[in-house]
Design a protein around this ligand. Structure first.
Ligand code: UD1
Length: 429
């Protein structure tokens, strides 16, 4: 398995072009199951997660062409017919959001057998809200031996669904099913993440009637069929925030382009509070830090537009060297501090108790061997390593490859001393 080695201390100077959003791309790919015409997605990120979903979609009957275009990499997905409505465990387990093929499969064919995704390292992550919502749309759902068996032979029927708490995945999943239901579906307490707006926009280009995406009430007027479309994936706000934090940690001046500062407002406010200089542009932002020590600030993760849980680990890395104590509250996932003991190996002083971490800033970090535990945690180790003395080697970087496109290349181009060490095939631990 590959590892990444970073020698800390280099300031970052230059430009980083942000890729299309992973969390949007994978839902848009699933939308291609809803039509027998081609869906062309541009500004696509090329990641392990999009590859995993591609494998599943091919099995279900989607032809996929990947090519380069004027708007970055593009993927053309064409599902003339669903040849199988079966999503096996081996493919769903690799990438949880693959579970979201269930709704489109029921909507298009009236039946599906899809593996439950199982837990993951950041928490139990159940799918009860997804299943309740699909039941509310009239699907009959049974669970046997780790699989969801769903039937709606006469089609899905619009309904009013109020989520007990905000779930990005469940909101997207119902949207993907309700676009082909009979009548109107109203989603209350819906997630407001930008990826929801992106999915709604793409579905509307395909002939759906979705309004209110981006607010907590979404209305979907069902239509009989959807057609092909071309859609550009929105910029990845988590990649944007991650590189903003990397620049702040290393010091220097980095311009992030092909992205949107309004997607990461809450993060940028916190960075400014900590002492980082942020200049917003039409196509992104510049992050500057002159080397003065940052101030500790507190954060609490929340659904959008709150502080993104997917940036919590990276922000914690920044706080390890800040002046004072930062309290970091995680309210979305119950087990999302696994990066804390790894950061401690670099010399960070972090006390975790329940859903809260207290980070007491230290003067210096020192390079060490560390292990990536999940996707966002892995990149927090890279960020910390950029400011650590000496060399840090991060193992299990397959986590990183799930969600960050050419990370070492993008950081390297700005002067970071980072290289990938190709794996020998031997297990690392
Ligand atoms: C999505 C993102 C992930 C991000 C998360 C929160 C993708 C592929 N992933 O994950 O990167 O960290 O949003 O912003 O887009 N829950 C239930 N029952 C359910 C569904 C969710 O209890 O049926 C819980 C989850 O365990 C979690 C919370 O609700 O504690 C929020 O999860 P959710 O918003 O659904 O996250 P995902 O869509 O899985």
């Amino acid at each position: 398995m590959d590892r990444i080695a970073i020698i800390g201390g280099a300031r970052l100077e230059g430009e980083i072009v942000i890729s299309g959003a992973k969390n949007s791309a994978i839902k848009l790919m699933a939308a291609s199951l809803l039509t027998d015409q081609p869906l062309r997605l541009t500004n696509m990120p090329r990641l392990a997660d999009t590859r995993f979903l591609g494998q599943l979609l091919r099995r279900l009957g989607t032809d996929i062409i990947e090519q380069d275009g004027d708007d970055g990499a593009e993927t053309i997905l064409h599902t003339r017919e669903i040849v199988s409505a079966f999503a096996p465990y081996d493919l769903v387990r690799q990438m949880r959001a693959s579970f979201n093929v269930l709704g489109p499969l029921i909507a298009r064919t009236g039946h599906a057998k899809v593996s439950l995704p199982g837990g993951c390292t950041i928490g139990a992550r159940p799918v009860d809200l997804h299943l309740e919502a699909l039941r509310a749309l009239g699907a009959s759902i049974d669970l046997h031996e780790g699989y969801v068996y769903a039937q709606a032979p006469r089609g899905l029927i619009g309904a009013e669904i109020e989520f007990p708490f905000v779930s990005v995945g469940a909101t997207e999943h119902v949207m993907l099913a309700a676009v082909l239901a009979k009548g109107e579906t109203v989603l209350k307490n819906a997630a407001r993440e930008p990826e929801l707006g992106d999915l709604a926009e793409c579905l509307n280009k395909m002939g759906a009637q979705v309004s209110g995406a981006g607010t907590s009430t979404i209305r979907i007027q069902g239509v009989d069929h959807l057609h092909g479309a071309t859609h550009s994936v929105i910029p990845d706000r988590i990649e944007t925030g991650t590189f903003a934090l990397a620049a702040a940690m290393a010091g220097g001046e980095v311009r992030l382009t092909k992205t949107r500062s309004d997607f990461v407002e809450t993060l940028l406010d916190k960075m400014v509070e900590a002492g980082v200089e942020v200049i917003r542009h039409n196509d992104g932002m510049t992050i500057k830090r002159n080397g003065a020590r940052l101030k500790a600030v507190e954060i609490e993760t929340d659904p959008y537009p709150g502080f993104a849980t997917d940036l919590q680990a990276q922000f914690m890395a920044l706080m390890t060297l800040a002046d004072g104590e930062s309290v970091i509250k995680e309210t979305i996932f119950e087990n999302r501090f696994m990066h804390a003991p790894e950061l401690a190996r670099l010399g960070a002083d972090i006390l975790v108790s329940g859903g809260e971490a207290r980070v007491r800033g230290v003067e210096t970090l020192e390079g060490a061997q560390v292990m990536a535990t999940d996707l966002r945690a892995s990149v927090s180790l890279v960020i910390a390593a950029l400011a650590a003395r000496g060399e840090t080697v991060v193992s299990r970087v397959y986590h990183l490859d799930r969600g960050f496109e050419r990370l070492e290349e993008k950081l390297g181009a700005c002067g970071a001393n980072v290289r990938r060490i190709a794996g020998t095939g031997e297990p690392e631990d």
